[in-house]
Design a protein around this ligand. Structure first.
Ligand code: HEC
Ligand code: HEC
Length: 213
């Protein structure tokens, strides 16, 4: 009994050394995994790169002209205010006497230069991708708006992908028809197929958004 007592201190010290080295090792390991997670996760990096491609389309004139932060739609590649004082109205469809669909049909009218598509109207303000001075929002801000289900009509990631694949007003951007002067409207910077591939890569990576910018 008394002999064992003399062993207590060395045993205790040994255990202390083992304990402290365990903690040191595990902290180091977790710092290393955290580094890997932010810098070298290939899927995350691919997802963020794909998002930048998606963003380049969203902020191109054919899309962003309907995703305004003001009371009116925009027109043309210079995104000027819509002519004739057309305004948003309570549901994005204009006001009595100046409804969007009184001019915009379900197809482009190339003889007059009025673009057309099913249920032509402005995106709600919660889906604006520019500020009130008509400057496109940052990539991070548009990304966070897009994935926020309280702002995007309840779309989850696969709903967003489907919207990009099938929504007639999205498809219109790749078939935008002729301007009133007879020239063709310009297209978004990617083909529709490239746009879908980029959206899919972003969705598969868990719709990551760039850090606040
Ligand atoms: C008085 C007829 C008229 C009304 C009403 C009207 N539009 Fe237009 N809209 C036009 C014409 C014509 C053009 C083509 C102008 C051009 O390309 O120079 C046009 C172009 C546009 C474009 C530009 C497409 C592009 O990318 O260049 C958008 C977006 C648009 N209208 C949205 C709307 C919305 C939304 C409403 C309802 C809130 C609306 N318009 C109401 C006649 C109208
Ligand atoms: C003629 C106007 C118009 C054009 C052009 C247009 N949109 Fe939209 N967009 C809308 C409207 C309206 C909604 C809301 C639809 C709803 O919720 O029913 C919307 C909603 C969306 C949403 C839903 C989520 C969110 O947060 O905004 C996405 C994504 C979207 N549009 C992408 C695009 C892309 C990509 C393009 C161009 C390739 C485009 N839109 C061009 C009118 C337009």
């Amino acid at each position: 009994m008394w002999a064992n007592h003399r062993l207590l201190l060395p045993v205790f010290l040994l255990m202390l050394v083992v304990f402290v080295s365990c903690i040191a090792l595990s902290t180091r390991a977790s710092i290393e995994t955290a580094d890997k997670g932010s810098a070298a996760d290939p899927k995350l990096a691919d997802g963020l790169a794909a998002w930048e491609q998606v963003y380049s389309v969203l902020t191109s004139p054919r899309c962003i002209n309907c995703h305004t932060a003001t009371t009116y739609p925009q027109q043309g590649d210079d995104r000027h205010r819509h002519f004739a004082n057309v305004i948003r109205g309570p549901a994005g469809k204009g006001v009595p006497g100046l409804n969007c669909v009184s001019c915009h049909q379900s197809e482009n009218a190339d003889s007059t230069g009025v673009p057309g598509g099913s249920n032509w109207h402005l995106a709600p303000l919660s889906m604006r991708w520019q500020d009130t001075n008509d400057r496109p929002l940052s990539s991070g801000a548009v990304c966070r708006a897009l994935v926020d289900r309280s702002r995007n009509n309840g779309l989850n990631a696969s709903g967003l992908l489907k919207h990009h694949e099938e929504e007639p007003l999205v498809l219109w951007a790749w078939n935008p028809g002729r301007r009133p002067d007879g020239t063709m409207r310009t297209l978004p910077p990617l083909t529709h197929a490239e746009f879908i591939a980029a959206t899919r890569t972003w969705v598969d990576a868990g719709t990551p958004c760039p850090r606040a910018r």
